[in-house]
Write a protein that binds this ligand. Structure first.
Ligand code: C5P
Length: 231
C-alpha cells in the first residue's frame, strides 16, 4: 500500500500541530521541511512524536561525509523515519550516511531539484547534458549503489526509477493533485492513482490537503485514488 505523507508546509509549529491534530492517523507520515525545522527544530519533532506521528525530515543534507553522518545520527535519535540527502554529495557522503543510519532511519536521495532545468544544470556542472532525466537516473543509480533506501522524484520519473531501483526501494513523489485540482506552482503533477500505478511507494501531499476546506475529507479522497492505483 502506498504511504501518504502530508507536508507540514506551514510557518509555525502551532499551525503544524493543529493540522496533525486534525488529520491524526489519516496520514501515514508528516513531512517537516527546512523552513519549519529551522523555526521549530527538535522540540517540534518531539511534540509530533508524542502525538504518535511518523516523521519524514526533508533537510536535503549535502556536506562532507563526517558532518552528514553526524546529522543522520542526530535525526535517527529524534526517531525520524525518513530523511533526505543530495545524491550529488557523492558516494563517500552517501555511504557515510548509510553507515550512520545503520537501518534506524531510511535515507532518500534527491537527484536533480525539480526547480532546475537543463540550462541550470549545465551552468552548475560546466558541461553539456543529454537530458535532465538521464542525470536523474544516473544519480539515482549512484545513490542505490551507495546503499541509500530510495529517491524523491516527480511522478513522471517514477516508472523509470522503479525499474532501476527494484521493488523494495522507496520512490517518493511530490506534485500530487486530484483530477481537476488546483496545480498551484507545480507543473509536473500526477494524480495519486497514476503515481501509484507508475511505481510510487510514498506520495507527498501538500496544498491539496493543507489548503482544503476539509483536510480530512481531501486526504480520504487522495487515499481512495491511491488505492485505485494499486489495482
Ligand atoms: O503543495 P504541494 O503538494 O505542491 O507540496 C509538495 C511538497 O513537496 C512541498 O513540501 C514541496 O517542497 C515538496 N517537493 C516538491 N517537489 C519536489 C520536491 C519536494 O514539491 N521536487
Amino acid at each position: 500500500m502506498a504511504q501518504l505523507i502530508v507536508a507540514l508546509d506551514v510557518p509555525s509549529p502551532t499551525e503544524a500541530l493543529d493540522l496533525v491534530d486534525r488529520l491524526g492517523g489519516e496520514a501515514d507520515f508528516y513531512k517537516v521541511g527546512l523552513e519549519l525545522y529551522t523555526r521549530a527544530g527538535p522540540p517540534l519533532i518531539a511534540a509530533l512524536r508524542e502525538r504518535g506521528a511518523r516523521i519524514f525530515l526533508d533537510l536535503k543534507l549535502h556536506d562532507i561525509p563526517n558532518t552528514v553522518a553526524r546529522a543522520v545520527e542526530a535525526a535517527a535519535a529524534m526517531e525520524v523515519e525518513l530523511l533526505t540527502l543530495h545524491a550529488t554529495g557523492g558516494s563517500a557522503m552517501l555511504e557515510a550516511a548509510r553507515d550512520a543510519a545503520d537501518g534506524s532511519v531510511d535515507l532518500l536521495a534527491v537527484t536533480v531539484l525539480t526547480s532546475l532545468g537543463a540550462s541550470d544544470v549545465e551552468e552548475i556542472w560546466g558541461r553539456e547534458l543529454h537530458s535532465v532525466r538521464e542525470e536523474v537516473v544516473r544519480l539515482a543509480g549512484l545513490a542505490r549503489d551507495a546503499g541509500v533506501d530510495g529517491v524523491v522524484s516527480s511522478a513522471q520519473e517514477a516508472r523509470d526509477l522503479r525499474r532501476l531501483l527494484g521493488p523494495e526501494a522507496h520512490v517518493v513523489t511530490p506534485g500530487i493533485r486530484l483530477a481537476g485540482g488546483d496545480t498551484h506552482d507545480q507543473n509536473r503533477i500526477a494524480t495519486p492513482e497514476a503515481a501509484v500505478r507508475d511505481g510510487a511507494s510514498h506520495l507527498v501531499i501538500g496544498r491539496a490537503v493543507t489548503l482544503a476546506d476539509d483536510p480530512v475529507e481531501a486526504l480520504a479522497r487522495i487515499r481512495a485514488s491511491a488505492d485505485a492505483g494499486e489495482r
